[in-house]
Write a protein that binds this ligand. Structure first.
Ligand SMILES: NC(=O)NCCC(=O)O
Length: 387
C-alpha cells in the first residue's frame, strides 16, 4: 500500500476551515491551528533541517500561572528515524551511520532549545528481532555505561546541556554477557544517571524479541533530572496500564515511550494508549515510533498463515506528546525522519491532579487487595450469575 504522510494532512485537505477547527478541538483538545501553540525558532533551524531532510515540528502546552511556584518550563524533544545503511552492510557501518545521523538531528534539537530528548527504541540498529537470528544482530548489543553509542551521546549531552534518553540493545558483561532492551538516561552534565529496561516483551506477529532478551528486573525507576522527573516505558509496555501507573506512582512528570511498531499491527492503538496514560497518571507522555521499512536477507514467518517474508511492514512514525490534561500535539510524519519539540510547564501535572483528583480517588488499597487475590493459584473470578 502506498504510504500517506499523516492523518492531519488528510483532514486539512478535505475539511473546510471552520469545521476543521471543531474537528481539531475534538481530536487534540485544542485548536491546533492557533499560532500561539507553536514555537518560533531561529531561521538557521529550518535551513539545517531542510539540508538534513528532517521534519521539525513544535507545539506548546499552556498551564496556569501560580502565585507560589515559578513556572517549570522545559522543552521536550522526540526524534524518529529510519535506518541509514541496508541491513546487510557491516554492523559497524550500520551503527556508526545512525550515530552520525542522529548526532546531526541532536544538533538541530539543541538549536531548538531542547532540554530533554529521547530517541526511538534501539535507535542505533535495524529492528532485526523479527528474524530470530542471533548472528549478526546481537553484535549491536553494547555496554549501557560505556559502549560506543553511550560515549557519543554523553559527549552531546554535555555539549548541549541536554538530558538524553538513549534506547539501545544492551550487553551486560557483569551478568554473564546477557542482552537487554535498555534505555540509558544521560544527564545534561554528560554523566550516565542510570538505566531502565523493557518490562514487557512482545510475543505478537513478527515481534520475536523474546528470542533475544528477558523482561526487566529493574522495576519502574524515575530519574530526577534538572529538567524534571523522567521515566521510560519501552514500546510494548504501553499496552500495560499498570506499567504506566507505576512510573506515575514513583513520581514521573514526563514518561517517554520509545517504540518500534508497524501499521498492520498497532496503528489504531497508537494515538490512544500513551495519551490515555498521560490522562490517567497526570504526566506528559511522549510516544516515539521508528520510520520506514527494513528488509532482511533471510525470510521469516509470523506463525499466522502468511507466507514467509523479508520485512516487518511499515514503521509508521507518528510520534506525539500528550499533556497531563489530555491535550495532545499533532504527530510527526508517518514516513519521514522527524524532530518534535514541545514546550511544557511541568506545573501542569499538579494542576491537573488538583482539578481531577484522580490520585485521591484511585483506591490503590482496593486494587492491591484484589490483585493479591488474582495472582493466587486458587483465585476464582468474581462472577455472579442469575440463580
Ligand atoms: N517493539 C515492540 O515492543 N513492539 C511490539 C508491537 C507493539 O507493541 O506495537
Amino acid at each position: 500500500m502506498a504510504q500517506f504522510n499523516s492523518i492531519e494532512e488528510i483532514l486539512e485537505k478535505y475539511i473546510p476551515k471552520e469545521e476543521l477547527q471543531k474537528v481539531h478541538r475534538g481530536l487534540y483538545g485544542f485548536d491546533i491551528q492557533d499560532p500561539s501553540h507553536y514555537l518560533k525558532f531561529d531561521p538557521k533551524v529550518k535551513d539545517l533541517a531542510d539540508k538534513l531532510k528532517l521534519e521539525v515540528k513544535s507545539f506548546r502546552f499552556p498551564a496556569l500561572a501560580e502565585e507560589l511556584r515559578k513556572p517549570r518550563i522545559v522543552r521536550i524533544g522526540a526524534i524518529q528515524n529510519s535506518i541509514v545503511e541496508p541491513t546487510d552492510a557491516p554492523i559497524r557501518a550500520q551503527r556508526d551511520s545512525l550515530i552520525k545521523k542522529i548526532s546531526s538531528y541532536i544538533a538541530v534539537a539543541a538549536d531548538c532549545g531542547v532540554n530533554v530528548l529521547c530517541m526511538q527504541e534501539t535507535w542505533n540498529m535495524p529492528f532485526a528481532f523479527c528474524t530470530r537470528e542471533k548472528h549478526p544482530w546481537t553484535q549491536f548489543a553494547e555496554s549501557a555505561e560505556d559502549g560506543p553509542t553511550t560515549q557519543a551521546m554523553r559527549q552531546l549531552a554535555g555539549r548541549y546541556n541536554m538530558v538524553i534518553v538513549s534506547p539501545i540493545l544492551e550487553r551486560d558483561e557483569s551478568h554473564g554477557d546477557t542482552v537487554w532492551n535498555t534505555a540509558v538516561v544521560i544527564s545534561n552534565t554528560g554523566k550516565v544517571i542510570g538505566k531502565t529496561r523493557k518490562n514487557h516483551i512482545p510475543r505478537v506477529g513478527d515481534f520475536n524479541e523474546s528470542t533475544y532478551y528477558m523482561e526487566s528486573e529493574l522495576g519502574h525507576p524515575v530519574f530526577d533530572t534538572q529538567f524534571g522527573r523522567i521515566a521510560v516505558n519501552i514500546c510494548y509496555g504501553r499496552h500495560h496500564p499498570q506499567n504506566w501507573l507505576m512510573y506515575g506512582l514513583n513520581g514521573a512528570e514526563i514518561v517517554f515511550n520509545p517504540s518500534a511498531t508497524v501499521d498492520s499491527l498497532s496503528e489504531a492503538f497508537w494515538p490512544i494508549e500513551a495519551r490515555n496514560a498521560a490522562i490517567a497518571n497526570n504526566y506528559y507522555s511522549v510516544a516515539i515510533n521508528r520510520v520506514g521499512t527494513e528488509n532482511f536477507a533471510h525470510e521469516f514467518t509470523s506463525g499466522d498463515g502468511r507466507s514467509a517474508h523479508h520485512d516487518f511492514g511499515h514503521f509508521y512514525g507518528s510520534s506525539y506528546v500528550t499533556a497531563p490534561n489530555g491535550a495532545r500535539s499533532p504527530g510527526l510524519s508517518r514516513v519521514s525522519d522527524g524532530l518534535l519539540v514541545v514546550e511544557a510547564d511541568l506545573n501542569l501535572c499538579r494542576q491537573v491532579k488538583d482539578q481531577w483528583g484522580f490520585r485521591m480517588t484511585q483506591r490503590l488499597d482496593l486494587y492491591a487487595e484484589s490483585l493479591a487475590k488474582a495472582v493466587k493459584p486458587d483465585f476464582q473470578p468474581q462472577i455472579i450469575a442469575e440463580k
